[in-house]
Design a protein around this ligand. Structure first.
Ligand SMILES: *[C@@H]1O[C@H](CO)[C@@H](O)[C@H](O)[C@H]1NC(C)=O
Ligand SMILES: *[C@@H]1O[C@H](CO)[C@@H](O)[C@H](O)[C@H]1NC(C)=O
Ligand SMILES: *[C@@H]1O[C@H](CO)[C@@H](O)[C@H](O)[C@H]1NC(C)=O
Ligand SMILES: *[C@@H]1O[C@H](CO)[C@@H](O)[C@H](O)[C@H]1NC(C)=O
Ligand SMILES: *[C@@H]1O[C@H](CO)[C@@H](O)[C@H](O)[C@H]1NC(C)=O
Ligand SMILES: *[C@@H]1O[C@H](CO)[C@@H](O)[C@H](O)[C@H]1NC(C)=O
Ligand SMILES: *[C@@H]1O[C@H](CO)[C@@H](O)[C@H](O)[C@H]1NC(C)=O
Length: 722
């Protein structure tokens, strides 16, 4: 019994070995495109024996993607078959390679070929090409695809040889038409013993069949399943306009990514920057094409990238006159000597976005010392300081980091293209955006931020006007050109790189416009305006109680304080601290201050949102059991100065509780100041900028504003839950 098993296993092994030996893959490729390299990688994975025909020769076969042609392939195959014509046991598989991958091994192909019981087997498809008139001449089929596709041919060498030896046309004549004519000739079909792979046992052409296929994840390799015929094709061909779909499939098939191991090739061919003598030279193209919130912070991020700045040249296109010029000017003045060069093209040059992007890219293209071009739009917040290094290390011609709009599915890439070249959502898009699938992804479109190799700009992408194409948006033009040149574009979500700032609804008619961004860009708002130690209030009890039930905690950043004061002084209409006050119901203020209300500068909605987001949680913590409505009518900034109003007499507030945020610094900006609570004989005489008091408004906490003796003191006050 045992020996029978051993014998059987040996036979099986021998058979596999023997079979694998007999299959020879022939493919025609004149250039090592990204698609070709991918083909070779998938062939190598399954240990196919591949012979490449025509490498380095000039392609004269026409533009087969768009019209007829490809005859050169038949000529080269004919020449190669002359030496193989008498090898009866040899099975030849002739396939395209620029847009084709394997999803199974040679044993499987041979087994399926033998089951087909013919000498020559062609791939099949549902569309007849190039001569529709030949459709009727095809034998009818009960089920399955009826028409021949010459992107995949498998057959015994003598038969394939006999077939291709009939070729005597030109290199730019059509290969598929040649094979079709042989196939539809009943005599030839019989003598050459030909058939088609009607049900995609071996060949899956994707043209017209994208809806038929699904990825099949299992243990081990990922396969493509044809759901119509319930088959697992071995050769997957992105013919016609399905190249992008093949790219999607090849993000998984055969072993690129799976649920168990994640990305298995992400670390192949990486560049180890630490092994280089010098860091590569990078030209950073910065594009400010519309008014963008948080632009100073954008520049700070650029400055804090972990990369030697003397290796960076910066090219800025600013299309936003006046408003952003001051930000750029300030950054330039402070950092002009930090970067290798820093060039700004302003709105006066009247460049369209496409022209500006061409100009930036061309600066790198023309400079042989430019190793990479890093295109960065002003709405990209790169929170990951390693971004540039990480992208360079991935060593791809074009690669971008995934950046997303906070809390949204909006990102800087598309997982798929519709047939007319616009957005379509891929099955994996959401998982990639949310980093549930992590890896490097070959995708059809990206924008906002990406890195391009200088060498690619000087070869495949050497055309100059990449960003100007018909009526397309410049990014779409660039990506379409890259797709047509067969250059793969990757995005990586292996790390969290950053986010996209929303530029919608950016009102630039205020003095400090980012203050208003609390709704549109809450994360950037918080980062800019909320005190660094605010969250410690909750995690480390980072607050003080200087007087009974008076709590003291950090809430605003320096920038928040400065910009609020700046906004108020820019507005300038201080009330003067008189009892008559038209701004309030009744028109009479018993304890008047010299102030400006938030509503006067159009900041009341934003301010109330700030109270609900950042003050209410503290209330809940310090006055436990009290649930604030987070509502306030009186929200204002007070100015104390010896020349106008220096102090405020003892009073109660019309609030359940009050917040009082110091907006500038004692001793540097003013002297004196502070607050005294009478019932407790307790004074707070050293206010800290950005810190807030919170105290009950009525009954227990009669208080007064202590005199400011020199300079000007500003505080922001809200009477909450009046
Ligand atoms: C094709 O060849 C196989 C053997 O390889 C044979 O069984 C079959 O009948 C042939 N078919 C035709 C149509 O000649
Ligand atoms: C800017 O360019 C547009 C067209 O490209 C032209 O119509 C316009 O007059 C130009 N403006 C200036 C100020 O040169
Ligand atoms: C940017 O430039 C284009 C002209 O190329 C112009 O139509 C557009 O209004 C400009 N945008 C801004 C915000 O200045
Ligand atoms: C922008 O802000 C100004 C000043 O507050 C205001 O008058 C204007 O209505 C706002 N514009 C938009 C579109 O909200
Ligand atoms: C935050 O707290 C740390 C440690 O207490 C301190 O060193 C740092 O200066 C604080 N940050 C600010 C902005 O005050
Ligand atoms: C209030 O406190 C001060 C010291 O902080 C003390 O000198 C004074 O006597 C106190 N007044 C009352 C009424 O307790
Ligand atoms: C008031 O402050 C200014 C600087 O802000 C300083 O020069 C001056 O000496 C101060 N006056 C007093 C009386 O402290």
């Amino acid at each position: 019994m045992l020996s029978a098993w051993v014998l059987c296993a040996c036979l099986l092994l021998w058979k596999l070995f023997y079979l694998a030996e007999k299959l020879l893959v022939l493919t025609v490729a004149t250039e090592e495109t990204d698609g070709f390299l991918r083909f070779m990688q998938s062939a190598g994975y399954f240990k196919y024996n591949v012979k490449v025909l025509g490498m380095g020769q000039t392609w004269k076969g026409g533009d087969v993607g768009r019209s007829i042609g490809g005859g050169q392939r038949v000529r080269l195959l004919k020449e190669a078959m002359e030496d193989l014509a008498d090898q009866e046991d040899l099975v030849v598989l002739s396939v395209d390679s620029y847009d084709l991958i394997f999803s199974g091994g040679p044993e499987e192909i041979l087994r399926k070929f033998q089951q087909a019981n013919h000498k020559v087997l062609f791939a099949a498809e549902g569309l007849v090409w190039p001569d529709k008139k030949l459709a009727d001449k095809y034998p009818s089929v009960r089920s399955g695809k009826r028409y021949l596709n010459s992107g995949g041919i498998i057959g015994y060498a003598p038969y394939v040889s006999r077939m291709v030896s009939q070729w005597n046309l030109h290199d730019n004549d059509d290969d598929q038409l040649f094979y079709t004519k042989i196939y539809v000739d009943p005599l030839q079909r019989q003598t050459l013993n030909m058939t088609l792979d009607h049900k995609c046992q071996i060949f899956q052409n994707l043209n017209g069949a994208v809806d038929e296929v699904l990825l099949k994840f299992g243990t081990g390799i990922v396969r493509v399943r044809n759901t119509v015929y319930d088959t697992l094709p071995v050769v997957v061909h992105g013919n016609g306009n399905t190249k992008m779909y093949l790219n999607y499939l090849s993000n998984y098939v055969p072993d690129t990514w799976n649920y168990e191991h994640g990305c298995t090739h992400c670390d192949d061919d990486v560049l180890d920057l630490s092994q280089l003598k010098e860091y590569p030279n990078v030209l950073v193209g910065v594009f400010i094409e519309q008014p963008t919130p948080f632009l100073p912070e954008f520049f700070e991020r650029l400055l804090s990238l972990d990369y030697p700045k003397d290796k960076l040249k910066v090219f800025v296109h600013n299309n936003v006159s006046v408003y952003h010029e001051k930000h750029i000017q300030k950054f330039w003045e402070e950092n002009r000597n930090v970067f290798s060069t820093f060039k700004v093209v302003g709105p006066e040059e009247n460049l369209s976005q496409g022209e500006a992007r061409n100009m930036g890219m061309d600066l790198c293209r023309k400079d042989a010392a430019c190793d990479y071009y890093f295109s960065l739009d002003s709405d990209v917040m790169l929170t990951n300081r390693q971004t540039l290094k990480l992208l360079i290390e991935q060593n791809r011609k074009i690669i971008g980091p995934v950046v997303t709009r906070h809390g949204k599915l909006w990102s800087n890439f598309w997982g798929a293209l519709s047939l007319d070249g616009y957005y379509a959502r891929s099955e994996d898009y959401v998982d990639i955006v949310q980093r549930k699938r992590v890896g490097m992804w070959n995708i059809p479109f990206m924008a906002h931020v990406y890195l391009v190799k200088g060498s690619a700009l000087r070869t495949e992408l050497k055309e100059k006007n990449y960003f100007v194409l018909e009526k397309l948006d410049p990014d779409m033009a660039f990506c379409r050109n890259a797709r047509e040149m067969g250059v793969f574009m990757y995005i990586t979500n292996r790390e969290d790189f950053g986010r996209l700032v929303s530029t919608a609804n950016y009102n630039t008619s205020h003095y400090n416009n980012d203050l208003w961004q609390i709704f549109e860009n809450p994360v950037d708002w918080k980062e800019k305006y909320i005190h660094q130690n605010y969250t410690k209030i909750f995690t480390e009890n980072y607050l003080e109680e200087p007087c009974p039930d008076v709590f003291w905690f950090p809430v605003f950043s320096e920038k928040a304080c400065d910009e609020i004061v700046g906004e108020m002084e820019h507005y300038g209409s201080w009330s003067g601290g008189t009892h008559e006050d038209k701004r309030i119901a009744g028109g009479y203020e018993t304890v008047p201050t010299d102030d400006i209300h938030m509503r006067q500068i159009g900041y009341d909605k934003e301010w109330l949102h700030f109270i609900r987001e950042f003050i209410s949680p503290i209330t809940l913590k310090v006055y436990s059991g009290y649930f604030t409505k987070g509502y306030a009518i009186m929200n204002f900034v007070v100015k104390y100065t010896p020349e106008r109003q220096a102090y405020l007499r003892p009073h109660h507030d019309t609030s359940t509780f009050t917040i009082n945020i110091a907006l500038n610094n004692k001793d540097t900006d003013f002297q004196g100041g502070g607050c005294r609570f009478h019932r407790y004989n307790c004074s707070l005489s050293s206010p800290r900028k950005g810190w807030s008091f919170m105290h009950p408004g009525r009954l227990t906490h009669l208080h007064e504003g202590l005199p400011t003796t020199n300079g000007t003191r500003y505080i922001a006050v809200s009477f909450i839950d009046p």
